[in-house]
Write a protein that binds this ligand. Structure first.
Ligand SMILES: [Zn+2]
Length: 135
């Protein structure tokens, strides 16, 4: 039996892939609107600029371990990270279960990450405009 026939394997692969893509989506949604390269510099805290270590980059786990704060300056990094990571993990699990290892899975994952990144950028842009009007 191929591993992809097993539902447990698909759930596991879906969660792992979703968390990695979720982490990627938070990076994209932060850097694209600011015209920052998505390759360089390495991930850092936007406030104190400290470069993040591998242990700071585990989706959800790092957020939980540090209670959502930067390990170096204590700034709250915001709910967008765990929310994006968790929603991408869920969507990815659904895609793995529905499509197994097919072309449709790749298409679904591409659409999911595009959609989540676009929504995040739009929400952030809208909130920024709302804050501007208040001041
Ligand atoms: Zn910091």
């Amino acid at each position: 039996m191929a591993p992809f026939d097993d539902l447990g394997f698909r759930l596991f692969a879906g969660i792992v892939t979703g968390l990695i893509l979720g982490s990627f989506a938070t990076m994209l949604s932060y850097r694209l609107p600011r015209a920052i390269s998505i390759v360089w510099p390495r991930s850092h805290c936007p406030v104190c600029k400290t470069r993040l270590q591998p242990r700071d980059l585990f989706p959800l786990a790092s957020f939980a371990a540090q209670r959502g704060k930067c390990r170096f300056c204590g700034t709250f990094i915001g709910w967008r990270y765990p929310v994006i990571e968790a929603s991408l993990a869920l969507a990815s699990v659904a895609a793995f279960v529905l499509f197994s290892l097919t072309f449709w899975l790749l298409l679904a994952l591409t659409l999911i990450i595009t959609f989540v990144t676009a929504i995040t950028i739009w929400l952030e842009h809208r909130n920024a405009r709302r804050d501007e009007r208040r001041t």
